[in-house]
Structure formats: C-alpha cells, structure tokens
Design a protein around this ligand. Structure first.
Ligand code: CA
Length: 253
C-alpha cells in the first residue's frame, strides 16, 4: 500500500513551540508529542520523547534496555508491536526523568505522545495524554484515542458532557504524561488499513480550536496534500492559543 504523508507544526501565538513531531517515512513511524514544563523544558521533553520512541522502534538503544517487559505472543506481530510501543513510551519516560534530574529548570517536565506505526496493512497506535489520533474513512471520522484527562474521566463517568468539557479551563489536566508521571500505561490498538483511509495525529492546539464535527468536515472536503495547511490555518484563525501540530498519513485509493 502507498501512503502520502504531510506534517506541519507551528508556534501559533506562543513564544516557544513545545510540540515535537517525528515523520520517518522509511520506517513508517509517525509521532506527535506535546511537551509541558516551564522555561522551554516542554520542548526538551517532547523532543526526547519522539527520539526515544524512534530509537526503541528501530532498535537503536542499549540491548538491555530494549527488553520487553510484558509477555507477548511471538506469533502475533501486532501484539509484539503494541508491546514495543508500550515499552518505547516507558523508555521515553525514563529518559525524560533522567534528564530532568541533571538539567536545572527542567524538573517536572513531561509530554504527551501519540504514535502511529504502519506495518503492511496494519496501523498500530499508542498514546499517553491528550494528543489524539483520528481516522477518516469515507465520510466518517473516528477518534482513535481517548484522552488521558480528568475531564475525559468525568465524561466517561457520565458527570460531564463533551460539549461542556470543551469550555472548562481545566480541560487539559492530564491523568498521565510521559516523564512527569513516571511509568506510563499507554493505550494501544491495531487496525487494518483500507485504501482511502486518512489518519490524523495532532496536538491539543488543534482540537481545542476545532471540534470533531469541524475536523470531519475539513478532512472530508480537502485532499491529503491540502489538509495540513487547511487544518493549521483554520485552527489559528478560529482562535488557537497554543502550538498546533498535525501529521496526515493517507493510504492511496
Ligand atoms: Ca498543547
């Protein structure tokens, strides 16, 4: 299967861009990370995370440290990949905390991570935090990730509606992040890719500005090559106050 891949990351109205993006078309690894922590520590955390995830996935780190921690089915390539992703995020967390101990002013830094790995016709996803993955299939937009946020917990418990949650100032408080929270338990999943599928990875700068209905309309109306600019420019025009990062991975028809 052939893929078209596009990405864009903008500072927006902030001083620093604390988002990091990894687009590795050869290995078909795509990662968005949204860092947090004062004095540019967020940038450090998100960059460390995307590099650590990539290094684990391509096997470029210390062999002792690439040992997988959970039993997995060696006959099941998807299960193995999901476990590698889980392990990669925990490695990223270790590296961020190590760096934070050594570098003044970065204590407490952390980052979200959402990662997509394409292997043949399989899409493997893993995430921690509130950076999201979506899939547009036909005219239907499917949110593939569930935010690790306090408001999402309240929505799941039936105490809050998604519409109301979007208005709350605390909407971005995370229940887990890579680095700051220590060991992480990413959600992982695998999907079979169909021709015409368009995957979107994004930071919350995009989804704070554009709700899912708006995202669906924009994704359905525009070709993959137009999409990154359309999404970022619309988010900025519609009042995005944060860094905005998007990666579009579209499977050819
Ligand atoms: Ca953000």
């Amino acid at each position: 299967m052939e893929f078209e891949v596009y990405h864009r990351s903008v500072c927006g109205h902030r001083e620093n861009n604390e988002d990091s993006v990894l687009v590795d078309d050869e290995m078909r690894i795509y990662v968005v990370a949204d860092g947090m922590g004062g004095h540019a520590a967020g940038e450090v955390a998100s960059r460390l995370a995307v590099n650590a995830v990539r290094d684990v996935l391509v096997g470029q780190c210390d062999p002792d440290e690439t040992r997988l921690v959970r039993d997995f089915d060696p006959e099941d390539a998807s299960d193995m990949m999901r476990e590698r992703l889980r392990y990669a995020m925990n490695q990223a967390s270790v590296q961020i905390r190590r760096e934070a101990e050594q570098r003044p002013g970065t204590r407490g830094m952390g980052t979200t991570v959402v990662a997509l790995v394409v292997d043949g016709d399989r899409a493997h996803l893993a995430h921690v935090g509130d950076s999201r993955a979506y899939l547009l299939r036909g005219d239907t937009l499917i949110r593939l990730t569930r935010d690790h946020t306090v408001v999402q917990q309240e929505i799941d418990a039936g105490r809050l509606t998604p519409e109301l949650a979007r208005l709350l100032p605390q909407r971005n408080i995370l229940t887990q992040s890579v680095g700051f929270h220590g060991p992480v338990e990413p959600d992982t999943s695998t999907r079979v890719i169909q021709p015409g599928d368009t995957f979107l990875l994004c930071s919350d700068g995009l989804t704070d500005a554009l709700d899912d209905d708006k995202l669906r309309a924009l994704m359905a109306e525009h070709s993959p090559d137009e999409l990154v600019d359309v999404l970022v420019d619309t988010a900025l025009r519609d009042g995005a106050e944060d860094n905005v990062t998007v990666v579009v991975v579209a499977a050819s028809e």
